[in-house]
Design a protein around this ligand. Structure first.
Ligand code: AMP
Length: 559
């Protein structure tokens, strides 16, 4: 299939804002896709990999911009200018290809499979020279592209298709193309996607074997599935009131993993479905030694403990282990971990995700047993009263853990959903008042607005502002507009799409936690920062002090 035909589909998707029309357009193209159906189910959203494949392209926007310049001969600065104007590197690529001096070379017609394979191939380049090889490969592809083709190739590379096609649209389109498009059909496709995380499999199964085929798809070992997400409750008693048959567990602050085991083969996947088996040989050994099972998928929180004090260590220590590619055993000895198991999703050839939590836990407790050293059952209690639950919460904080999770023993497991089957309760951190020192123009529809705020606290000793993080999500359009109006007059200089500002605007920032960080010059970063409102009453000198940030950082481990 020629890539130009897919581009025509993209254009039609772009031309309508109606989700129903988008679904129909996609359904038609799936129905006609023939053997390219797997590729199309992914390319519809500009994806090249299923969410469970750990691969990433490893191509930055600026490297892509370089490839565009290389292949078109258009000046870097012009490309940057177009990019800034539209907030879309894809549009800049189309403009550059349009402006390219006519070449006498006969160019090839691009084929969908070539584009897909070449782009997927970018992820495989490793080692020295890999960046150059990536730029060359992109440049080569763009050399054969028409302006509109270049637009979508670049959008695919940078991961921003801007077509308003989400998981739900692809799901509905599969249900329309190969089933009857009814609510029941959509639910069948949805469930099949939850357990496989892969529209390639779901699309082909729906086409070849219909609803019955989809129903046969199930959780499989070594194909990671998404985690069920927690909702927040303000207090333990609120959480108890909202839960049918409550079980309390410690909420550990570590790394959430799913451990897949078959015989001697063990693989460890993170919440983002990355395979971190190589980084955790100690976990693999412990699973081998301590568990008695043929096959299982265990869900757990992995926590690093200080070998001297026995206290849980901040997440950063553990994240060192996640990133490390050498001297892994040495780091494992330095930061030993405990695996706090809290769910069982598969056991001896059977998926358990539809079974109630009580049943999954009975099974898990048999597996994990009492004698485990490294793999242990998460500390839990079936509360007898509100006071009992409150004292369990106090115990969790006393033990240096983050809080508690209240779960419903009657509930099934819903991969990837925030359905209220588990509620987290933890103390919130006091908000900080911080100065906005830099801001970046947003992308796409919002490209006229300044968002992505860099925040700083005031270091009295050094008499300077030091950055502690950036806030870039959760802002409403109205807030972005107001922020832009306040910040634009303060712009001192512009570098790419980033503006440096006179430090005058102070905002209140809520967050979950303070982490050590090398990204910001304060050495700290706020985790999950949220906009809490403007502090027009405060000047930059009234912003929170660096010393307070340091103290809050220390305190979070002692309370
Ligand atoms: P949060 O990251 O604040 O949304 O809280 C939810 C996270 O808490 C989960 O994704 C897990 O990583 C983590 N967690 C810690 N202890 C447990 C537990 N006992 N059960 C489930 N999740 C837990």
């Amino acid at each position: 299939m020629e890539y130009r035909r897919l581009v025509a589909v993209y254009d039609r998707l772009d031309a309508t804002s109606s989700t129903i029309e988008k679904t129909d357009i996609l359904a038609d193209s799936f129905a006609d896709a023939g053997e390219l159906l797997p590729e199309l189910t992914q390319l519809a959203r500009g994806h090249l990999f299923a969410s469970w494949e750990s691969d990433e392209l490893g191509v930055s926007s600026s490297l892509t911009a370089r490839a565009i310049a290389d292949t078109t001969g258009v000046d870097d600065d012009r490309i940057d200018e177009w990019w800034r104007e539209t907030g879309d590197l894809g549009d800049a690529a189309a403009a550059a290809v349009e402006a390219r001096p006519q070449t006498t070379l006969v160019s090839e017609t691009l084929d969908v499979r070539d584009v897909y394979t070449t782009l997927r191939g970018l992820a495989a380049y490793e080692g020295t020279g890999s960046q150059t090889r990536r730029t060359d490969a992109i440049a080569e592809l763009l050399a054969d592209a028409e302006p509109n083709e270049a637009r979508y190739i670049v959008r695919t590379i940078v991961g921003a298709m801007r077509l308003g096609v989400g998981e739900g649209t692809v799901r509905d389109a599969v249900a329309t193309a190969f089933l009857d498009g009814s609510e029941a059909a959509i639910r069948d496709v949805e469930r099949a996607y939850e357990v496989t995380n892969d529209f390639r499999t779901v699309g082909e199964t729906a086409r070849e074997r219909g609803a019955a085929g989809l129903d046969d798809l199930s959780v499989e070992l070594f194909r990671p599935i998404k985690a069920m997400l927690a909702q927040k409750a303000e207090t333990v008693s609120d959480a108890l009131d909202a839960t049918e048959r409550p079980l309390l567990e410690y909420k550990y602050d570590g790394m959430r993993v799913k451990i897949h085991v078959r015989g001697e083969t063990v693989r460890v996947f993170t919440r983002r479905l990355e395979d971190v088996t190589a980084q955790f040989p100690d976990v693999v050994r412990a699973v081998d030694d301590e568990l008695t099972t043929q096959s299982a998928i265990i869900e757990a929180e992995v926590v690093a403990y200080d070998s001297e004090t026995g206290d849980p260590t901040p997440f950063q220590k553990l994240s060192k282990r996640i990133k490390r590619t050498n001297e892994i055993e040495q780091l494992a000895a330095e930061y030993p971990v405990t695996v706090h198991a809290f769910d069982l999703l598969y056991h001896d050839g059977q998926s358990l995700i539809d079974a109630p939590l009580s049943e999954r836990l009975t099974c898990l407790e048999e597996l994990v047993g009492q004698s485990g050293q490294t793999v242990v059952r998460a500390t839990h209690r079936r509360p007898t009263s509100g006071d009992d639950a409150a004292s369990f919460y106090a115990d969790a904080l006393e033990a240096g853990q983050e809080g508690v999770i209240v779960k419903n023993l009657n509930a099934a497991y819903q991969p990837g959903s925030r359905v209220g089957y588990m509620l987290k309760v933890k103390p919130t951190m006091e908000p900080l008042d911080l100065v906005v020192v830099r801001a970046k123009w947003s992308e796409g529809r919002k490209s006229d607005w300044l968002g992505r705020l860099r925040l700083a606290c005031w270091d009295v000793e050094r008499q300077e502002l030091r950055e502690v993080g950036r806030l870039f999500s959760g802002l409403t359009d109205a807030q972005l507009r107001e922020i832009t109006a306040k910040l634009e007059p303060l712009i001192q200089s512009v570098d790419g799409r980033t503006a440096r500002l006179r430090p005058e605007v102070v905002i209140e920032v809520e967050y979950e936690e303070i982490q050590e960080s090398t990204t910001y010059d304060s050495g700290y970063a706020l985790r999950f920062p949220r906009f809490g409102g403007f502090r027009d009453d405060l000047g930059p000198e009234d912003a929170d002090r660096f010393e307070r940030v340091e103290r809050l950082y220390e305190d979070q481990w002692t309370h």
